[in-house]
Design a binder for this molecule. Structure first.
Ligand SMILES: [Cu+2]
Length: 571
């Protein structure tokens, strides 16, 4: 009998051995905050903005019980950069992988973080990300494994842009006829902190802004980075901007770029780093400068005519008093429209040795023309002349349960008319709306060529950072003008292209990427600029439909899936 008990206890111990899990209980609500010293409503998680940092190690399971304490809005959170292998329902894209969580309700996300990397999370319903619904997610190497990067300490900088106009008002404006543009951000924020209408550098620069007068403990006071001399620090960077393309520089210091979107890259040294919305990086910084001084960290706007002053904070050598401001002006952000410089930077990024190479050939290919259009006087963004409208029933449920009427099952166009002139405004700017998706078989290689064009105004073509959910993709190359099928493939980098989840599309050019449909589910692919997505700049990919596994009913309690599940569960 005693032996039997020992066996039973032993079995129990094995089965209850702690599965490494990080569990969080989050409540989201609006509160007043002063991110840039001006008071306004912000979306806070458990009363904090930005939301709490998720810190885990590779292999761990993350469980987040997310309660919607908003009174009039649904809610979801997307875990940006996490591929959701086997858990497509936990991707947190409203209308794509789940229904918005209703006010008062709690939804539980559960997923595994399979590899180390610098990531973040953010709202993915309406424009809630713009209202401050975001935070950092840092995954370290698995227990017992060694981090290949060598550093003595680390910092984490989550970058964003901030408007004083509410997102409700912004959304109404974008959806109005004629469209009312949101304009440029009032402030750039570093870890949720910026300074509106004043400058930390007023005394050393010839800018017209007055010196800031906040107190050390104010919400808008910058977080200084306290460093010791002659050490190496890892600075994790991620941009969750709604609109701005950013550039970060640390006065007097070189940056060695070592990680991009959660993937190690071949290290390279730079004076400053471009960061597009949706991207993340790690840079190594060695504190090899005069330790009796402090140094500016500057984050400025590129890619659009900057009307927002750079965000500033201080690299503080502990020997120097933290309050001591640098005696010279902050680094100047490179010219906003020097796109050549931007391309040179992007093309410096190669995969680290040991990164899987892409398959040499594609099975399916999409050539996607990005255009700005009109629809009955409304302004839209379209891909191959279709502006996306996400339906009320989440695609993931519609495809799993084959709901015929949930969306248009006919594939959107896989190409565009070859005589389209990408260098000029469209002569026929009218577009169409649709909710069709691209359905791929399981485990095939897909190429996506994103093609930029002139917008509605003459001599205007913008940067669009495209983000894919559920995958890392290889960036095979960038090119000028129109992609020439049969010719431009020859310029692809098939040897060591970087793995990313976000990539820039430059004005009047194309970007080519490749991925393998090895993650059954439905995955959003969209411009990470919040107002562009709001105006239809997105696509949806579905893959391995027969292999989509368990989806909790709670993810699908809306639209046609709600009725389907009610009928099914009655029997
Ligand atoms: Cu865009």
């Amino acid at each position: 009998m005693a032996v039997l008990w020992i066996v039973v206890v032993a079995i129990l111990i094995i089965h209850t051995a702690p599965v490494a899990t990080k569990e969080y209980y989050w409540e989201v609500e609006y509160m007043f905050g002063m991110p840039d010293c001006i008071e306004g409503p912000i979306l806070a998680i458990n009363g904090t903005f930005p939301g709490p940092t998720i810190h885990a190690v590779a292999g761990e399971t993350i469980v987040i019980h997310l309660t919607n304490k908003l009174t009039t809005e649904g809610l979801v959170i997307h875990w940006h950069g996490i591929r959701q292998l086997g858990t497509p329902w936990a991707d947190g894209a409203a209308g794509v992988t789940q229904c918005p969580i209703s006010p008062g309700e709690t939804f539980t996300y559960k997923f595994t973080v399979d590899k180390p990397g610098t990531h973040f999370y953010h709202g993915h319903f309406g424009m809630q990300r713009s209202a401050g619904l975001y935070g950092s997610m840092i995954i370290d190497v698995a227990e017992g494994q060694k981090e290949r990067l060598r550093y003595d300490g680390e910092f984490n900088l989550l970058l964003s842009d901030w408007w004083h106009e509410s997102i409700l008002s912004q959304e109404i404006g974008l959806s109005s006829r004629p469209m009312r543009w949101i304009g440029e951000a009032q402030s750039i924020l570093i870890n949720g902190r910026g300074q509106f209408n004043c400058s930390l550098a007023a005394q050393v620069s010839n800018i017209s802004l007055p010196m800031c007068t906040f107190k050390e403990n104010d919400q808008c006071a910058p977080q200084k980075l306290n460093v010791e001399p002659n050490k190496t620090y890892r600075i994790r960077l991620a941009s969750t901007t709604a609109l701005a393309s950013l550039n970060l520089a640390v006065q007097g210091h070189k940056l060695v770029v070592v990680e991009a979107d959660g993937n190690y890259i071949t290290p390279f040294t730079t004076d400053d780093i471009d960061i597009y919305s949706g991207e993340s990086y790690s840079v190594l910084l060695t504190t090899d400068q005069d330790p009796s001084q402090n140094y500016w960290i500057s984050v400025g706007v590129r890619g659009r005519k900057p009307k927002t002053p750079p965000a500033l904070t201080i690299l503080n050598y502990v020997i120097a008093p933290a309050s001591k401001l640098p005696s010279s002006p902050p680094p100047v952000t490179p010219l906003w429209n020097d796109f050549n410089r931007s391309k040179i930077f992007s093309k410096k990024i190669y995969a680290a040795m040991g990164t899987p190479s892409p398959p040499l050939k594609f099975r399916k290919r999409l050539i996607l023309l990005n255009t700005q259009n009109k629809l009955d006087g409304f302004t839209k963004w379209s891909i191959n002349n279709v502006s996306l409208t996400v339906p009320g029933t989440p695609y993931l449920g519609s495809v799993k349960y084959k709901l015929k009427n949930a969306f248009n099952w006919k594939s959107p166009p896989r190409n565009y008319p070859m005589d389209y002139d990408i260098m000029n405004p469209p002569p026929f700017p009218n577009t169409t709306q649709g909710n069709g998706i691209f359905i791929f078989p399981f485990n095939v290689t897909v190429d996506v060529i994103i093609q930029n064009a002139n917008a509605l105004d003459a001599n205007a073509s913008e940067i669009h950072p495209w983000h894919l959910h559920g995958h890392d993709f290889w960036v095979l190359g960038y090119g000028e003008g129109k992609f020439r099928s049969g010719i431009d493939e020859k310029s692809y980098n098939l040897r060591n292209p970087p793995l990313r989840n976000t990539v820039a599309l430059f004005p009047y050019g194309w970007t080519a990427l490749r991925f393998v449909t090895d993650n059954p589910g439905v995955w959003f692919f969209h411009c990470h600029i919040e107002p562009h997505l709001h105006m239809g700049m997105g696509l949806v990919f579905a893959e391995g439909l027969k292999r989509i596994g368990y989806i909790p009913d709670e993810a699908l309690g809306c639209g046609l899936t709600k009725h389907f599940l009610m009928n099914r569960n009655r029997h």
